[in-house]
Design a protein around this ligand. Structure first.
Ligand code: ADP
Length: 320
């Protein structure tokens, strides 16, 4: 059983990526799975080449440092030739209307004078990511369901038109893992590329900076520590983060903390303790480029070995 998930190097890994995704990949993933750094997807809007390369390396190091099975980790662009070829076959299987109705495309392109064509076609590349590896399950949030549905449609259509080549993947909506919100703007989720980093805890932030960001988190003027996502989103976010780091139930934690200062202190210490070993191992890996290159090359080779025959079949049955 192959599961596939990705993280996009559009910014530094933040606490939400770690608590909501990477930690689970480390705990539940197997060597059969594929966890990849989707650097090709990071190019769908303006990007800086040197920064993209650095972020890709950093994310690879974070995944391995967090305990994700190194056999399951790879970088998307290490298969750029295979993925480019398969994306073309799948674009020739997909209609313009199917791509244009993607909600994410509508949202991300709205009001912008010019968008890269790849913003429209990246769900087809995502289908290629999934289908090339023979993926069975794609764990996703609700916002990605439509893209996995496209991969299913394209796999069935290709198999039906040319011959059985692809596994038809299944989307699995992950049970609500920790949803971490921005500390400065709790109405939106914490994200790598937030306009203002004050509300984002990055995994590689030094402990003092993590503490400062959490101590400055926006709360409210009610003065009572209660679990109330709608009425007290800032306080509830801190409780959720504390809960994700300690394994204790958020509502119980609310009852045990009397004021916002103690909530923030407890959360800051729990986050610092949770991130410390991953941060240290990441920095050690980044300081050992030979080891990181070895892990990367091994991951690329495994991903290629697993997929070459499928790409060859797809090229052959479609007449190439
Ligand atoms: P980002 O929104 O930071 O750019 P990605 O789109 O690269 O993140 O997502 C990588 C993984 O991290 C996905 O599985 C996504 O669901 C998870 N993730 C991203 N932000 C959060 C968050 N604030 N809380 C929980 N999980 C998150």
């Amino acid at each position: 059983m192959i599961r596939l998930s990705a993280i996009t190097p559009s910014g530094q890994v933040q606490l939400g990526n770690y608590l909501g995704a990477i930690r689970r990949w480390a705990a539940e993933g197997t060597a059969e799975d594929v966890y990849f750094i989707s650097d090709l997807h990071a190019m769908t809007s303006a990007h800086n080449p040197a920064r993209l390369r650095a972020l890709t390396r950093e994310q690879l190091a974070v995944l391995v440092a967090a305990g994700v099975a190194p056999e399951s980790v790879c970088v998307q662009s290490d298969l750029v030739r295979e993925l480019g070829a398969l994306t073309w076959l799948l674009e020739c299987t997909c209609s313009y209307g199917e791509a244009a109705r993607m909600i994410q495309f509508k949202e991300k392109s709205e009001g912008r004078a010019s968008v890269r064509l790849s913003l429209l076609t990246y769900p087809v590349l995502m289908s290629a990511d999934i289908l090339l590896q023979g993926t069975h399950e794609v764990p996703v949030g609700e916002d990605q369901l439509q893209h996995v549905e496209l991969a299913r449609v394209l796999a069935r259509r290709f198999n039906g038109t040319y011959g059985e080549v692809f596994v038809v993947p299944r989307a699995v909506v992950a049970p609500t893992a920790a949803r971490v919100r921005d500390l400065a703007e709790p109405s939106r989720k914490m994200a790598k590329s937030a306009p203002d980093a004050a509300g984002t805890v990055f995994l590689l932030d030094p402990p003092d900076l993590v503490r400062r960001k959490i101590m400055r988190a926006v709360t409210d003027d009610r003065g009572e520590v209660r679990y109330d996502p709608d009425g007290q989103p800032g306080v509830t976010n801190l409780l959720e983060i504390l809960s994700a780091c300690t394994g204790k139930e958020a509502r119980e934690l609310a009852g045990s903390l009397s004021d916002y200062a103690s909530l923030k202190e407890a959360t800051a210490e729990a986050v610092v303790a949770e991130l410390k070993p991953v941060r240290e191992r990441t920095l050690a890996l980044l300081a050992d480029p030979t080891e990181l290159d070895r892990i990367r090359a091994a991951g690329a080779e495994r991903a290629r070995d697993r997929s070459t025959h499928r790409l060859e079949s797809a090229l052959r049955v479609s007449g190439l």
